[in-house]
Design a protein around this ligand. Sequence first.
Ligand SMILES: Cc1ncc(C[n+]2csc(CCOP(=O)(O)OP(=O)(O)O)c2C)c(N)n1
Ligand SMILES: [Mg+2]
Length: 576
Amino acid sequence: MTSDVQSPEQTDGFHLVIDALKLNGLDTIFCVPGIPITDFTRKAQAEGIRVISFRHEQHAGNAAAAAGFLTRKPGICLTVSAPGFLNGLTALANATTNCFPMILISGSSEREVVDLQQGDYEEMDQLAIAKPLCKAAFRVLHAEDIGVGIARAIRSALSGRPGGVYLDLPAKLFAQTMDAEAGKKSLIKVVDPAPRQIPAPDSVQRALALLKGAKRPLILLGKGAAYAQADADIRALVEKTGIPYLPMSMAKGLLPDTHGQSAAAARSYVLAEADVVMLIGARLNWLLSHGKGKTWGAPNQKRFIQIDIAPTEIDSNVAIEAPLIGDIGSCVSALLSGIGASWAKPPVEWTGAITERKDKNLSKMAATLELEPSPMSFQSALSVVRDVVKTHPDAIVVNEGANTLDFARSIVDMYQPRKRLDVGTWGIMGIGMGFAVAAAVVTGKPVIAIEGDSAFGFSGMEVETICRYNLPVCIVVFNNNGIYKGTDVNPLGGDVAPTVFIKNARYDIMMQAFGGVGVHATTRDELMTAMSEAISSGKPTLINAVIDETAGTESGRITSLNPQSVAKPKAVALPA
Ligand SMILES: Cc1ncc(C[n+]2csc(CCOP(=O)(O)OP(=O)(O)O)c2C)c(N)n1
Ligand SMILES: [Mg+2]
Protein backbone atom coordinates (compact mmCIF):
# COMPACT_ATOMS: atom_id res chain seq x y z
CA MET A 1 0.00 0.00 0.00
CA THR A 2 2.91 2.35 0.53
CA SER A 3 6.09 3.10 -1.32
CA ASP A 4 8.79 4.35 1.02
CA VAL A 5 8.71 2.13 4.11
CA GLN A 6 11.62 -0.25 4.58
CA SER A 7 9.98 -3.62 4.08
CA PRO A 8 7.30 -3.98 1.39
CA GLU A 9 5.19 -5.98 3.84
CA GLN A 10 5.31 -3.36 6.55
CA THR A 11 3.44 -0.12 6.98
CA ASP A 12 3.65 2.48 9.72
CA GLY A 13 1.62 5.09 11.59
CA PHE A 14 2.43 7.84 9.09
CA HIS A 15 1.00 5.85 6.20
CA LEU A 16 -1.94 4.43 8.08
CA VAL A 17 -3.14 7.94 8.97
CA ILE A 18 -2.70 9.08 5.37
CA ASP A 19 -4.45 6.00 4.01
CA ALA A 20 -7.31 6.32 6.50
CA LEU A 21 -7.89 9.95 5.51
CA LYS A 22 -7.77 9.15 1.80
CA LEU A 23 -10.05 6.16 2.20
CA ASN A 24 -12.64 8.54 3.63
CA GLY A 25 -12.29 11.15 0.92
CA LEU A 26 -10.46 13.62 3.15
CA ASP A 27 -8.12 15.04 0.55
CA THR A 28 -6.98 18.34 2.09
CA ILE A 29 -5.00 19.15 5.23
CA PHE A 30 -4.58 22.65 6.69
CA CYS A 31 -1.50 22.74 8.90
CA VAL A 32 1.64 24.24 10.38
CA PRO A 33 4.55 21.73 10.31
CA GLY A 34 6.96 20.98 13.18
CA ILE A 35 7.86 18.12 15.58
CA PRO A 36 6.36 15.50 15.42
CA ILE A 37 4.34 16.04 12.24
CA THR A 38 6.77 17.59 9.72
CA ASP A 39 7.48 14.36 7.93
CA PHE A 40 3.82 13.49 8.01
CA THR A 41 3.00 16.66 6.02
CA ARG A 42 5.64 15.75 3.41
CA LYS A 43 4.43 12.18 3.12
CA ALA A 44 0.81 13.29 2.88
CA GLN A 45 1.69 15.66 0.06
CA ALA A 46 3.68 12.93 -1.69
CA GLU A 47 0.66 10.63 -1.43
CA GLY A 48 -1.57 13.17 -3.19
CA ILE A 49 -3.26 14.93 -0.28
CA ARG A 50 -3.45 18.71 -0.75
CA VAL A 51 -1.41 20.16 2.09
CA ILE A 52 -1.97 23.86 2.75
CA SER A 53 0.66 25.16 5.14
CA PHE A 54 -0.19 28.26 7.18
CA ARG A 55 1.75 30.80 9.23
CA HIS A 56 -0.28 30.22 12.42
CA GLU A 57 -2.39 27.25 13.52
CA GLN A 58 -5.46 29.32 14.37
CA HIS A 59 -5.90 30.16 10.72
CA ALA A 60 -5.26 26.59 9.62
CA GLY A 61 -7.97 25.60 12.12
CA ASN A 62 -10.37 28.24 10.85
CA ALA A 63 -9.72 27.02 7.32
CA ALA A 64 -10.59 23.47 8.36
CA ALA A 65 -13.81 24.72 9.99
CA ALA A 66 -14.89 26.65 6.89
CA ALA A 67 -14.02 23.70 4.66
CA GLY A 68 -16.25 21.55 6.88
CA PHE A 69 -19.16 23.97 6.60
CA LEU A 70 -18.83 24.26 2.83
CA THR A 71 -18.36 20.57 2.01
CA ARG A 72 -20.13 18.62 4.77
CA LYS A 73 -16.90 16.66 5.19
CA PRO A 74 -14.84 17.33 8.30
CA GLY A 75 -12.07 19.84 7.58
CA ILE A 76 -8.68 18.59 8.79
CA CYS A 77 -6.29 20.80 10.74
CA LEU A 78 -2.91 19.39 11.73
CA THR A 79 -0.65 20.93 14.37
CA VAL A 80 2.38 20.24 16.52
CA SER A 81 2.09 19.59 20.26
CA ALA A 82 1.32 21.99 23.15
CA PRO A 83 1.60 25.54 21.69
CA GLY A 84 0.58 24.52 18.16
CA PHE A 85 -2.30 22.52 19.61
CA LEU A 86 -3.40 25.47 21.74
CA ASN A 87 -3.19 27.80 18.76
CA GLY A 88 -5.52 25.49 16.89
CA LEU A 89 -7.87 25.05 19.83
CA THR A 90 -9.61 28.42 19.47
CA ALA A 91 -10.64 27.42 15.97
CA LEU A 92 -11.80 24.02 17.21
CA ALA A 93 -13.93 25.58 19.95
CA ASN A 94 -15.30 28.16 17.52
CA ALA A 95 -16.14 25.43 14.99
CA THR A 96 -17.99 23.51 17.69
CA THR A 97 -19.96 26.60 18.71
CA ASN A 98 -20.90 27.17 15.08
CA CYS A 99 -21.66 23.47 14.42
CA PHE A 100 -19.01 23.20 11.69
CA PRO A 101 -17.46 19.74 11.34
CA MET A 102 -13.69 19.67 11.68
CA ILE A 103 -11.00 17.45 13.14
CA LEU A 104 -8.01 18.97 14.88
CA ILE A 105 -5.21 16.41 14.73
CA SER A 106 -2.27 17.31 16.93
CA GLY A 107 0.95 15.48 17.47
CA SER A 108 1.76 15.07 21.14
CA SER A 109 4.77 14.30 23.29
CA GLU A 110 5.67 11.02 25.04
CA ARG A 111 2.73 9.85 27.13
CA GLU A 112 4.89 8.27 29.84
CA VAL A 113 6.75 11.55 30.35
CA VAL A 114 3.73 13.82 29.99
CA ASP A 115 1.69 11.80 32.50
CA LEU A 116 4.47 11.85 35.08
CA GLN A 117 4.97 15.56 34.34
CA GLN A 118 8.67 15.08 33.86
CA GLY A 119 9.08 18.04 31.56
CA ASP A 120 9.05 16.68 28.03
CA TYR A 121 9.52 18.81 24.93
CA GLU A 122 6.19 20.66 24.54
CA GLU A 123 4.64 18.70 27.38
CA MET A 124 0.91 18.97 27.78
CA ASP A 125 -2.06 16.72 28.47
CA GLN A 126 -3.74 17.83 25.26
CA LEU A 127 -6.59 15.34 25.34
CA ALA A 128 -7.80 16.56 28.73
CA ILE A 129 -7.58 20.19 27.66
CA ALA A 130 -9.42 19.67 24.38
CA LYS A 131 -12.27 17.62 25.84
CA PRO A 132 -14.48 20.39 27.26
CA LEU A 133 -13.97 22.57 24.19
CA CYS A 134 -15.14 20.25 21.45
CA LYS A 135 -17.73 17.62 20.62
CA ALA A 136 -15.47 14.62 21.15
CA ALA A 137 -11.79 13.90 21.78
CA PHE A 138 -9.82 10.71 21.12
CA ARG A 139 -6.23 9.51 21.41
CA VAL A 140 -4.69 6.67 19.41
CA LEU A 141 -1.82 4.76 21.01
CA HIS A 142 -1.42 1.83 18.64
CA ALA A 143 -1.00 1.78 14.88
CA GLU A 144 -3.67 -0.89 14.53
CA ASP A 145 -6.21 1.52 16.10
CA ILE A 146 -5.62 4.35 13.63
CA GLY A 147 -8.49 3.22 11.41
CA VAL A 148 -10.90 3.19 14.34
CA GLY A 149 -9.58 6.52 15.64
CA ILE A 150 -10.11 8.30 12.32
CA ALA A 151 -13.52 6.66 11.84
CA ARG A 152 -14.69 7.74 15.28
CA ALA A 153 -13.44 11.26 14.66
CA ILE A 154 -15.30 11.50 11.34
CA ARG A 155 -18.55 10.16 12.79
CA SER A 156 -18.38 12.41 15.81
CA ALA A 157 -17.74 15.48 13.67
CA LEU A 158 -20.53 14.82 11.17
CA SER A 159 -23.37 12.95 12.85
CA GLY A 160 -26.19 14.69 14.70
CA ARG A 161 -25.24 18.29 15.31
CA PRO A 162 -21.87 18.70 13.58
CA GLY A 163 -18.88 20.07 15.48
CA GLY A 164 -15.20 19.97 16.23
CA VAL A 165 -13.33 16.79 17.19
CA TYR A 166 -9.86 16.48 18.64
CA LEU A 167 -7.61 13.58 17.69
CA ASP A 168 -4.40 13.15 19.66
CA LEU A 169 -1.59 11.33 17.89
CA PRO A 170 1.52 10.83 20.05
CA ALA A 171 4.88 11.13 18.28
CA LYS A 172 5.65 7.45 18.81
CA LEU A 173 2.57 6.37 16.92
CA PHE A 174 3.83 7.69 13.59
CA ALA A 175 6.85 5.42 13.57
CA GLN A 176 5.08 2.29 14.82
CA THR A 177 5.09 -0.43 12.21
CA MET A 178 2.72 -3.26 11.46
CA ASP A 179 2.06 -5.78 8.73
CA ALA A 180 0.87 -3.86 5.67
CA GLU A 181 -1.98 -6.24 4.85
CA ALA A 182 -3.29 -6.21 8.42
CA GLY A 183 -2.87 -2.44 8.41
CA LYS A 184 -4.98 -2.12 5.30
CA LYS A 185 -7.67 -4.33 6.83
CA SER A 186 -7.67 -2.23 10.02
CA LEU A 187 -8.84 0.88 8.18
CA ILE A 188 -12.52 1.82 8.15
CA LYS A 189 -14.41 3.50 5.36
CA VAL A 190 -17.16 5.26 7.25
CA VAL A 191 -20.58 4.38 5.87
CA ASP A 192 -23.30 7.03 6.12
CA PRO A 193 -21.45 9.31 8.57
CA ALA A 194 -24.36 11.75 8.90
CA PRO A 195 -27.40 9.47 8.85
CA ARG A 196 -30.69 11.12 8.08
CA GLN A 197 -32.89 11.60 11.12
CA ILE A 198 -36.50 11.42 10.06
CA PRO A 199 -38.88 13.51 12.19
CA ALA A 200 -41.76 11.77 13.94
CA PRO A 201 -45.00 12.15 11.92
CA ASP A 202 -46.93 13.55 14.90
CA SER A 203 -44.34 16.27 15.39
CA VAL A 204 -44.72 17.21 11.73
CA GLN A 205 -48.52 17.40 12.15
CA ARG A 206 -48.17 19.52 15.28
CA ALA A 207 -45.91 21.97 13.46
CA LEU A 208 -48.19 22.16 10.43
CA ALA A 209 -51.27 22.74 12.60
CA LEU A 210 -49.57 25.64 14.38
CA LEU A 211 -48.33 27.11 11.11
CA LYS A 212 -51.74 26.79 9.51
CA GLY A 213 -53.45 28.76 12.25
CA ALA A 214 -50.96 31.62 12.04
CA LYS A 215 -52.10 35.09 11.00
CA ARG A 216 -48.60 36.58 10.92
CA PRO A 217 -46.20 33.69 10.32
CA LEU A 218 -42.46 34.10 9.89
CA ILE A 219 -39.69 31.68 8.89
CA LEU A 220 -36.20 32.19 10.31
CA LEU A 221 -33.36 30.52 8.42
CA GLY A 222 -30.11 29.85 10.29
CA LYS A 223 -26.73 28.66 9.11
CA GLY A 224 -27.83 25.12 9.99
CA ALA A 225 -30.27 25.43 7.09
CA ALA A 226 -27.43 26.50 4.81
CA TYR A 227 -25.21 23.64 6.02
CA ALA A 228 -27.97 21.10 5.34
CA GLN A 229 -27.66 21.49 1.55
CA ALA A 230 -31.42 21.09 1.23
CA ASP A 231 -31.59 24.27 -0.84
CA ALA A 232 -34.33 23.33 -3.29
CA ASP A 233 -36.70 22.02 -0.62
CA ILE A 234 -36.15 25.00 1.65
CA ARG A 235 -36.89 27.34 -1.20
CA ALA A 236 -39.97 25.32 -2.14
CA LEU A 237 -41.24 25.40 1.44
CA VAL A 238 -40.86 29.17 1.65
CA GLU A 239 -42.44 29.75 -1.74
CA LYS A 240 -45.30 27.26 -1.45
CA THR A 241 -46.34 28.53 1.97
CA GLY A 242 -45.84 32.16 0.95
CA ILE A 243 -44.49 32.88 4.43
CA PRO A 244 -42.08 35.82 4.79
CA TYR A 245 -38.60 34.78 5.91
CA LEU A 246 -35.55 36.26 7.60
CA PRO A 247 -32.10 34.83 6.90
CA MET A 248 -29.49 34.85 9.67
CA SER A 249 -26.23 36.16 8.23
CA MET A 250 -24.78 32.86 6.99
CA ALA A 251 -28.17 31.77 5.64
CA LYS A 252 -28.18 34.76 3.30
CA GLY A 253 -28.39 33.57 -0.30
CA LEU A 254 -30.23 30.35 0.56
CA LEU A 255 -32.91 32.21 -1.31
CA PRO A 256 -31.59 35.29 -3.14
CA ASP A 257 -31.67 38.32 -0.84
CA THR A 258 -33.70 40.10 -3.52
CA HIS A 259 -36.51 37.53 -3.14
CA GLY A 260 -39.96 39.08 -2.73
CA GLN A 261 -40.61 37.14 0.48
CA SER A 262 -37.41 38.26 2.22
CA ALA A 263 -38.31 40.35 5.24
CA ALA A 264 -34.70 41.30 5.97
CA ALA A 265 -35.35 44.97 5.29
CA ALA A 266 -38.21 44.91 7.80
CA ARG A 267 -36.44 42.82 10.45
CA SER A 268 -37.50 44.68 13.59
CA TYR A 269 -41.10 44.85 12.39
CA VAL A 270 -41.47 41.13 11.66
CA LEU A 271 -39.69 39.98 14.82
CA ALA A 272 -41.95 42.15 16.95
CA GLU A 273 -45.19 41.45 15.10
CA ALA A 274 -45.08 37.81 13.96
CA ASP A 275 -47.44 35.47 15.84
CA VAL A 276 -45.88 32.13 14.82
CA VAL A 277 -42.18 31.82 14.11
CA MET A 278 -40.65 28.74 12.52
CA LEU A 279 -36.93 28.40 13.18
CA ILE A 280 -35.06 26.31 10.62
CA GLY A 281 -31.53 25.55 11.77
CA ALA A 282 -31.40 28.75 13.80
CA ARG A 283 -30.91 28.86 17.56
CA LEU A 284 -32.59 31.34 19.91
CA ASN A 285 -29.26 32.58 21.25
CA TRP A 286 -28.05 36.14 21.80
CA LEU A 287 -28.14 36.83 18.06
CA LEU A 288 -31.94 36.53 18.30
CA SER A 289 -32.18 38.20 21.71
CA HIS A 290 -32.91 34.77 23.24
CA GLY A 291 -36.40 34.81 21.74
CA LYS A 292 -37.71 37.35 24.23
CA GLY A 293 -37.62 40.99 25.28
CA LYS A 294 -38.34 44.15 23.34
CA THR A 295 -37.10 42.74 20.01
CA TRP A 296 -39.87 40.15 20.11
CA GLY A 297 -42.75 42.53 20.79
CA ALA A 298 -45.52 41.96 23.32
CA PRO A 299 -44.44 39.50 26.06
CA ASN A 300 -45.49 35.83 25.84
CA GLN A 301 -47.37 36.24 22.56
CA LYS A 302 -44.93 34.43 20.31
CA ARG A 303 -45.46 30.81 19.38
CA PHE A 304 -42.50 28.86 18.09
CA ILE A 305 -41.88 25.92 15.80
CA GLN A 306 -38.26 24.84 15.89
CA ILE A 307 -36.52 22.50 13.46
CA ASP A 308 -33.27 21.25 14.90
CA ILE A 309 -31.24 18.08 14.84
CA ALA A 310 -30.46 18.34 18.57
CA PRO A 311 -33.45 17.69 20.87
CA THR A 312 -31.70 19.47 23.74
CA GLU A 313 -31.77 22.75 21.80
CA ILE A 314 -35.53 22.91 22.32
CA ASP A 315 -36.77 25.16 25.18
CA SER A 316 -33.21 26.42 25.69
CA ASN A 317 -34.43 30.00 25.99
CA VAL A 318 -38.20 30.09 25.64
CA ALA A 319 -40.93 27.47 25.36
CA ILE A 320 -41.13 25.80 21.96
CA GLU A 321 -44.68 24.73 21.19
CA ALA A 322 -43.85 22.57 18.18
CA PRO A 323 -40.39 21.04 18.21
CA LEU A 324 -39.43 19.21 15.03
CA ILE A 325 -36.42 17.02 15.63
CA GLY A 326 -34.50 15.59 12.74
CA ASP A 327 -32.06 16.60 10.06
CA ILE A 328 -33.17 19.75 8.31
CA GLY A 329 -33.48 18.12 4.89
CA SER A 330 -35.82 15.41 6.20
CA CYS A 331 -37.86 17.83 8.32
CA VAL A 332 -38.35 20.32 5.51
CA SER A 333 -39.29 17.59 3.07
CA ALA A 334 -41.81 16.16 5.57
CA LEU A 335 -43.37 19.62 5.96
CA LEU A 336 -43.49 20.02 2.20
CA SER A 337 -45.40 16.79 1.72
CA GLY A 338 -47.73 17.83 4.54
CA ILE A 339 -48.69 21.24 3.18
CA GLY A 340 -50.31 19.89 0.01
CA ALA A 341 -51.64 22.00 -2.84
CA SER A 342 -54.38 23.82 -0.96
CA TRP A 343 -52.21 25.70 1.54
CA ALA A 344 -53.61 29.17 2.22
CA LYS A 345 -50.97 31.88 1.89
CA PRO A 346 -50.62 34.30 4.83
CA PRO A 347 -53.14 37.16 4.98
CA VAL A 348 -52.28 40.15 2.77
CA GLU A 349 -52.61 42.46 5.79
CA TRP A 350 -49.42 40.81 7.05
CA THR A 351 -47.44 40.48 3.82
CA GLY A 352 -48.61 43.90 2.62
CA ALA A 353 -47.52 45.60 5.84
CA ILE A 354 -44.11 43.97 5.50
CA THR A 355 -43.73 45.05 1.88
CA GLU A 356 -44.65 48.60 2.81
CA ARG A 357 -41.96 48.77 5.49
CA LYS A 358 -39.42 47.02 3.31
CA ASP A 359 -39.96 49.45 0.46
CA LYS A 360 -39.59 52.42 2.78
CA ASN A 361 -36.38 51.08 4.34
CA LEU A 362 -34.91 49.99 1.02
CA SER A 363 -35.45 53.36 -0.60
CA LYS A 364 -33.92 55.07 2.45
CA MET A 365 -30.93 52.74 2.10
CA ALA A 366 -30.71 53.33 -1.66
CA ALA A 367 -30.47 57.07 -1.07
CA THR A 368 -27.62 56.59 1.43
CA LEU A 369 -25.80 54.23 -0.92
CA GLU A 370 -25.89 56.79 -3.70
CA LEU A 371 -24.06 59.44 -1.70
CA GLU A 372 -20.43 59.90 -2.54
CA PRO A 373 -18.77 61.30 0.58
CA SER A 374 -15.03 61.81 0.79
CA PRO A 375 -13.44 59.94 2.49
CA MET A 376 -15.70 57.01 1.71
CA SER A 377 -18.32 55.97 4.26
CA PHE A 378 -18.96 52.31 5.08
CA GLN A 379 -22.10 52.54 2.96
CA SER A 380 -20.54 54.14 -0.10
CA ALA A 381 -17.67 51.63 -0.19
CA LEU A 382 -20.06 48.74 0.40
CA SER A 383 -22.29 49.86 -2.46
CA VAL A 384 -19.34 48.92 -4.69
CA VAL A 385 -18.98 45.52 -3.03
CA ARG A 386 -22.72 44.99 -3.44
CA ASP A 387 -22.48 45.71 -7.18
CA VAL A 388 -19.44 43.44 -7.61
CA VAL A 389 -21.17 40.54 -5.81
CA LYS A 390 -24.27 41.08 -7.94
CA THR A 391 -22.24 40.53 -11.11
CA HIS A 392 -20.28 37.64 -9.52
CA PRO A 393 -22.93 35.79 -7.53
CA ASP A 394 -20.76 32.68 -7.29
CA ALA A 395 -18.04 34.55 -5.37
CA ILE A 396 -17.72 33.68 -1.70
CA VAL A 397 -17.85 36.62 0.69
CA VAL A 398 -15.87 36.40 3.92
CA ASN A 399 -16.72 39.16 6.40
CA GLU A 400 -15.43 40.29 9.79
CA GLY A 401 -15.10 43.48 11.81
CA ALA A 402 -17.68 45.45 13.78
CA ASN A 403 -19.13 48.23 11.61
CA THR A 404 -17.56 46.60 8.55
CA LEU A 405 -19.47 43.43 9.41
CA ASP A 406 -22.80 44.98 10.32
CA PHE A 407 -23.03 47.28 7.33
CA ALA A 408 -21.82 44.60 4.89
CA ARG A 409 -24.33 42.08 6.20
CA SER A 410 -27.25 44.39 5.45
CA ILE A 411 -25.93 46.08 2.29
CA VAL A 412 -24.31 43.24 0.33
CA ASP A 413 -27.01 41.00 -1.14
CA MET A 414 -26.19 37.31 -1.57
CA TYR A 415 -27.70 35.27 -4.36
CA GLN A 416 -26.57 31.70 -3.80
CA PRO A 417 -26.42 29.37 -0.78
CA ARG A 418 -23.26 29.08 1.34
CA LYS A 419 -21.54 32.06 -0.23
CA ARG A 420 -21.22 34.04 2.97
CA LEU A 421 -18.82 33.12 5.78
CA ASP A 422 -18.49 35.37 8.79
CA VAL A 423 -17.81 35.80 12.50
CA GLY A 424 -20.65 33.43 13.38
CA THR A 425 -22.13 32.68 16.77
CA TRP A 426 -19.30 34.14 18.85
CA GLY A 427 -18.73 37.25 16.74
CA ILE A 428 -15.10 36.23 16.67
CA MET A 429 -12.34 38.26 15.02
CA GLY A 430 -9.59 36.36 13.23
CA ILE A 431 -11.53 34.03 10.94
CA GLY A 432 -10.85 36.15 7.86
CA MET A 433 -7.82 34.76 6.08
CA GLY A 434 -8.33 31.16 7.24
CA PHE A 435 -11.91 31.15 5.91
CA ALA A 436 -10.77 32.88 2.70
CA VAL A 437 -8.05 30.30 2.04
CA ALA A 438 -10.44 27.40 2.65
CA ALA A 439 -13.17 28.91 0.49
CA ALA A 440 -10.76 29.34 -2.41
CA VAL A 441 -9.15 25.91 -1.96
CA VAL A 442 -12.30 23.80 -1.61
CA THR A 443 -14.55 25.61 -4.10
CA GLY A 444 -12.13 27.09 -6.65
CA LYS A 445 -14.44 30.15 -6.77
CA PRO A 446 -13.33 33.76 -6.34
CA VAL A 447 -13.29 34.96 -2.73
CA ILE A 448 -13.97 38.49 -1.55
CA ALA A 449 -12.90 39.16 2.05
CA ILE A 450 -14.47 42.30 3.53
CA GLU A 451 -12.32 43.06 6.55
CA GLY A 452 -12.30 45.72 9.24
CA ASP A 453 -8.73 46.95 9.68
CA SER A 454 -8.64 45.53 13.22
CA ALA A 455 -10.26 42.25 12.16
CA PHE A 456 -7.76 41.85 9.33
CA GLY A 457 -4.85 42.20 11.74
CA PHE A 458 -5.75 38.98 13.55
CA SER A 459 -4.87 36.86 10.51
CA GLY A 460 -3.06 39.36 8.29
CA MET A 461 0.15 37.36 7.99
CA GLU A 462 -1.75 34.73 6.05
CA VAL A 463 -1.66 37.04 3.01
CA GLU A 464 1.66 35.32 2.40
CA THR A 465 -0.19 31.97 2.36
CA ILE A 466 -2.73 33.39 -0.09
CA CYS A 467 0.08 34.62 -2.37
CA ARG A 468 2.11 31.39 -2.00
CA TYR A 469 -0.78 29.23 -3.21
CA ASN A 470 -1.80 31.92 -5.71
CA LEU A 471 -5.41 31.87 -4.51
CA PRO A 472 -8.14 33.99 -6.16
CA VAL A 473 -8.73 36.04 -3.03
CA CYS A 474 -9.54 39.75 -3.08
CA ILE A 475 -9.19 41.27 0.39
CA VAL A 476 -10.74 44.67 0.98
CA VAL A 477 -9.51 46.26 4.21
CA PHE A 478 -11.99 48.85 5.46
CA ASN A 479 -9.38 51.13 6.93
CA ASN A 480 -10.89 53.57 9.43
CA ASN A 481 -7.71 53.74 11.52
CA GLY A 482 -8.92 51.55 14.31
CA ILE A 483 -11.34 49.41 16.25
CA TYR A 484 -14.85 50.81 15.58
CA LYS A 485 -13.40 54.19 14.59
CA GLY A 486 -10.08 56.00 14.60
CA THR A 487 -10.87 59.10 16.60
CA ASP A 488 -10.53 58.15 20.27
CA VAL A 489 -8.13 60.28 22.29
CA ASN A 490 -6.21 59.40 25.45
CA PRO A 491 -7.25 62.15 27.87
CA LEU A 492 -3.79 62.02 29.49
CA GLY A 493 -1.87 62.39 26.27
CA GLY A 494 1.12 60.07 25.74
CA ASP A 495 0.12 56.68 24.30
CA VAL A 496 -2.63 56.70 21.72
CA ALA A 497 -6.09 55.49 22.79
CA PRO A 498 -6.53 51.68 22.93
CA THR A 499 -8.88 51.56 19.94
CA VAL A 500 -6.71 53.64 17.63
CA PHE A 501 -4.13 52.36 15.13
CA ILE A 502 -1.39 53.99 13.06
CA LYS A 503 -3.13 56.59 10.95
CA ASN A 504 -3.29 56.04 7.20
CA ALA A 505 -1.63 52.62 7.35
CA ARG A 506 -0.99 51.04 3.94
CA TYR A 507 -2.12 47.42 4.17
CA ASP A 508 -1.84 47.21 0.37
CA ILE A 509 1.94 47.43 0.61
CA MET A 510 1.97 44.32 2.84
CA MET A 511 0.45 42.43 -0.05
CA GLN A 512 3.02 43.71 -2.51
CA ALA A 513 5.78 42.39 -0.25
CA PHE A 514 4.67 38.86 -1.17
CA GLY A 515 4.13 39.47 -4.87
CA GLY A 516 0.39 40.04 -4.61
CA VAL A 517 -1.47 43.02 -6.03
CA GLY A 518 -1.85 45.89 -3.58
CA VAL A 519 -4.15 48.85 -4.32
CA HIS A 520 -4.80 52.00 -2.32
CA ALA A 521 -8.41 53.09 -2.96
CA THR A 522 -9.85 56.39 -1.79
CA THR A 523 -12.88 56.59 -4.08
CA ARG A 524 -15.67 54.34 -5.24
CA ASP A 525 -14.29 54.28 -8.78
CA GLU A 526 -10.86 53.18 -7.58
CA LEU A 527 -12.44 50.48 -5.44
CA MET A 528 -14.65 49.25 -8.28
CA THR A 529 -11.75 49.09 -10.75
CA ALA A 530 -9.49 47.27 -8.29
CA MET A 531 -12.15 44.71 -7.27
CA SER A 532 -13.18 44.02 -10.86
CA GLU A 533 -9.57 43.48 -11.89
CA ALA A 534 -8.92 41.24 -8.91
CA ILE A 535 -11.86 39.02 -9.79
CA SER A 536 -11.18 38.85 -13.51
CA SER A 537 -7.45 38.18 -13.04
CA GLY A 538 -7.87 35.82 -10.08
CA LYS A 539 -4.64 37.29 -8.64
CA PRO A 540 -4.25 37.59 -4.88
CA THR A 541 -5.19 41.21 -4.20
CA LEU A 542 -5.45 43.48 -1.18
CA ILE A 543 -7.29 46.77 -1.50
CA ASN A 544 -6.71 49.32 1.25
CA ALA A 545 -10.08 51.12 1.19
CA VAL A 546 -9.85 54.40 3.06
CA ILE A 547 -12.97 54.88 5.21
CA ASP A 548 -13.96 57.96 7.19
CA GLU A 549 -12.37 57.42 10.62
CA THR A 550 -15.30 59.13 12.35
CA ALA A 551 -17.96 56.96 10.73
CA GLY A 552 -18.26 53.87 12.95
CA THR A 553 -20.06 53.29 16.23
CA GLU A 554 -18.77 51.44 19.28
CA SER A 555 -19.15 47.69 18.66
CA GLY A 556 -21.20 48.37 15.50
CA ARG A 557 -24.81 47.38 16.15
CA ILE A 558 -24.21 45.72 19.50
CA THR A 559 -23.17 48.83 21.42
CA SER A 560 -25.71 47.97 24.13
CA LEU A 561 -23.78 44.82 25.14
CA ASN A 562 -21.00 47.01 26.60
CA PRO A 563 -21.24 47.34 30.39
CA GLN A 564 -21.59 50.92 31.58
CA SER A 565 -19.65 52.37 34.49
CA VAL A 566 -21.67 54.18 37.13
CA ALA A 567 -18.68 56.17 38.35
CA LYS A 568 -18.20 59.65 36.95
CA PRO A 569 -14.96 60.04 35.01
CA LYS A 570 -12.22 61.52 37.18
CA ALA A 571 -11.42 65.11 36.35
CA VAL A 572 -8.02 65.08 34.72
CA ALA A 573 -5.77 67.93 33.98
CA LEU A 574 -5.31 67.86 30.25
CA PRO A 575 -1.79 68.50 29.08
CA ALA A 576 -1.34 72.03 27.88
C1 LIG B 1 -11.04 37.21 19.13
C2 LIG B 1 -11.69 38.52 19.36
N1 LIG B 1 -11.01 39.50 19.98
C3 LIG B 1 -11.59 40.72 20.18
C4 LIG B 1 -12.87 40.96 19.78
C5 LIG B 1 -13.52 42.30 20.06
N2 LIG B 1 -13.79 43.00 18.79
C6 LIG B 1 -15.01 43.02 18.24
S1 LIG B 1 -15.02 43.82 16.78
C7 LIG B 1 -13.38 44.15 16.88
C8 LIG B 1 -12.69 44.90 15.79
C9 LIG B 1 -13.53 46.00 15.19
O1 LIG B 1 -12.73 46.86 14.43
P1 LIG B 1 -12.59 46.67 12.88
O2 LIG B 1 -12.36 45.28 12.52
O3 LIG B 1 -11.59 47.65 12.40
O4 LIG B 1 -14.06 47.05 12.38
P2 LIG B 1 -14.73 48.50 12.29
O5 LIG B 1 -15.82 48.59 13.30
O6 LIG B 1 -13.67 49.52 12.55
O7 LIG B 1 -15.26 48.55 10.91
C10 LIG B 1 -12.83 43.66 18.05
C11 LIG B 1 -11.40 43.80 18.43
C12 LIG B 1 -13.55 39.89 19.15
N3 LIG B 1 -14.80 40.00 18.72
N4 LIG B 1 -12.94 38.70 18.93
MG1 LIG C 1 -11.74 49.59 11.84
